[in-house]
Design a protein around this ligand. Structure first.
Ligand code: PMP
Length: 369
C-alpha cells in the first residue's frame, strides 16, 4: 500500500450507506425506510422503466459512445449545443474527469467546509492540493453555507478548480444569482469554476440562478447536473455537464469511450420526456420538506433550512448512537460527522408516510436517550 501516490495514501474512502436488504437482514427488521441517500421516494418515471425494458435486448451492442440522442435532448433543454454537453457515469464521474484534466501535484482546488464529500476525494486522488474555505457561521442567513468571499480569498495562480455545490449537500444551503455571477466573473480565466447542481430541480427560491445560460459568457464555467435525484435514476449512474465547447472537448479526451451504458442513455432520454414525473416529485418533496420541518420544530430540534430534498438537523448529542437506535427502529438516515457537522444527522425527504415513520422513530429514540 505504501507504493500508492501520496494523495491516495491520505484519502479516506467515501462511505456509502448500507443497502436496505443488508440492514434488514443484520437487524432483523421488516420494511425498513431508507431516507439516507437523497434518492427520489417516488422511484423512476414509468416511461424511463419502459424505455429500459425496450433497450434490454440490445445490450450485446456497445452503447453509443457519443450519447447522440441524449446529448441532443439535453442541449435542447438547456438551449446549448450538443458539443457543450458531457455525459458521465453519475455526475460524480464528471467531477473526477475535471480533477484528472485540470489538477496535478502543485495545483490546488478550492471548496467550502461542509461541502459534498466527493470534492476532497477527487482532488486528493490526483495528489493536488485541497484548500478548504471556512463556511458561513451557524447564525448566518445560510448557516454552514458557502462563503464565496472566503473561497475567493483562497484562489491564487495555483488554483485551477473551484467547486461550488448549489445547493450544497449536506447543508441544503444555496448561493444567489448576483453573488455567484460576481464570483465567476472575478476568478482568473485559468481557474475552472464547477457549479454542482445535483439538486437544482428541487430549488424553489426566486434568486436561484439559471447558470447553464451563463456558459456562453464564461468559458471557464462548468455546470453539473444528475439523473440520480429528481429523475429517480441513481442506480443507473447518469449525470452530465453543460460548459463551453473547449471544456467539454477536454473532458471528452479523458473519459472512457463507453462511460455511459445503454440502459442509462435510454432511461435518461425517456425521463426528459416525462416532465409530469419531475413535477410530481418536486411537489412531494415540497410537502415532505414542510412536514419534516414542522415535525422537527415541534420536537425542539434545530435544522439547517434546506432547498434540497434532505434536511440536516441537530440532535445535540453524539449522533452515532442516535443513528444506531433509529436503525433498530427500521429508519435509515445519514450521519454527517465526516462533513464536520459533529452533532447532526441528515434525513432525506420521503413520502408522507415515510416522513411520519421517521418522526415517530425519532420520538422513540430521543425519549429513550
Ligand atoms: N453532487 C452532490 C452535491 C451530491 O449530493 C451528489 C449525490 N450524493 C452528487 C453530486 C453525485 O450524484 P451522482 O454521481 O449520483 O450524479
Amino acid at each position: 500500500s505504501s507504493l500508492a501516490v501520496a494523495g491516495v495514501q491520505a484519502l479516506r474512502p467515501y462511505e456509502p450507506g448500507k443497502p436496505v436488504e443488508t440492514l434488514e437482514r443484520e437487524l432483523g427488521i421488516r420494511e425498513a425506510v431508507k431516507l439516507a441517500s437523497n434518492e427520489n421516494p417516488l422511484g423512476p418515471s414509468p416511461k424511463a422503466v419502459a424505455a429500459m425494458q425496450a433497450a434490454l435486448g440490445g445490450v450485446h451492442i456497445y452503447p453509443d459512445g457519443n450519447g447522440f440522442a441524449l446529448k441532443q435532448a439535453l442541449a435542447d433543454r438547456h438551449r446549448a449545443s450538443p458539443a457543450q454537453i458531457t455525459l458521465g457515469n453519475g455526475s460524480n464521474e464528471i467531477l473526477e474527469l475535471v480533477a484528472r484534466a485540470w489538477l496535478a501535484p502543485g495545483r490546488s482546488a478550492v471548496f467550502s467546509r461542509h461541502a459534498f464529500a466527493v470534492y476532497p476525494l477527487v482532488v486528493q486522488a490526483v495528489s493536488a492540493d485541497a484548500r478548504v474555505a471556512e463556511a458561513l457561521p451557524a447564525g448566518a442567513d445560510q448557516p454552514f453555507g458557502h462563503d464565496l468571499g472566503a473561497m475567493a480569498a483562497l484562489v491564487d495562480e495555483s488554483t485551477r478548480v473551484v467547486f461550488i455545490a448549489n445547493p450544497n449537500n449536506p447543508t441544503g444551503t444555496w448561493v444567489g444569482g448576483a453573488e455567484l455571477e460576481a464570483f465567476v466573473a472575478g476568478v482568473p480565466a485559468q481557474t475552472l469554476v464547477v457549479v454542482d447542481e445535483a439538486y437544482a430541480e428541487y430549488v424553489e427560491v426566486a434568486d436561484y440562478p439559471d447558470t447553464t445560460q451563463w456558459v456562453a459568457r464564461f468559458p471557464n464555467l462548468i455546470v453539473t447536473r444528475t439523473f440520480s435525484k429528481i429523475h429517480g435514476l441513481a442506480g443507473l449512474r447518469l449525470g452530465y455537464s453543460v460548459s463551453s465547447e473547449p471544456v467539454a472537448e477536454l473532458l471528452n479526451r479523458v473519459r472512457q469511450p463507453f462511460n455511459v451504458n445503454t440502459l442509462a442513455q435510454a432511461a435518461g432520454l425517456a425521463a426528459l420526456g416525462d416532465p409530469g414525473h419531475v413535477e410530481r416529485s418536486a411537489r412531494v418533496n415540497r410537502e415532505g420538506l414542510r412536514q419534516l420541518e414542522a415535525g422537527l420544530r415541534e420536537r425542539g430540534l434545530d435544522f439547517i433550512p434546506s432547498v434540497g430534498n434532505f434536511l440536516t438537523f441537530d440532535v445535540r448529542q453524539p449522533p452515532g448512537p442516535v443513528y444506531e437506535r433509529l436503525l433498530r427502529q427500521g429508519v435509515i438516515v445519514r450521519p454527517v460527522v465526516n462533513y464536520g457537522l459533529p452533532t447532526q444527522l441528515r434525513v432525506t425527504v420521503g413520502r408522507a408516510e415515510e416522513n411520519a415513520r421517521f418522526l415517530q422513530a425519532l420520538d422513540a429514540v430521543l425519549a429513550a436517550a
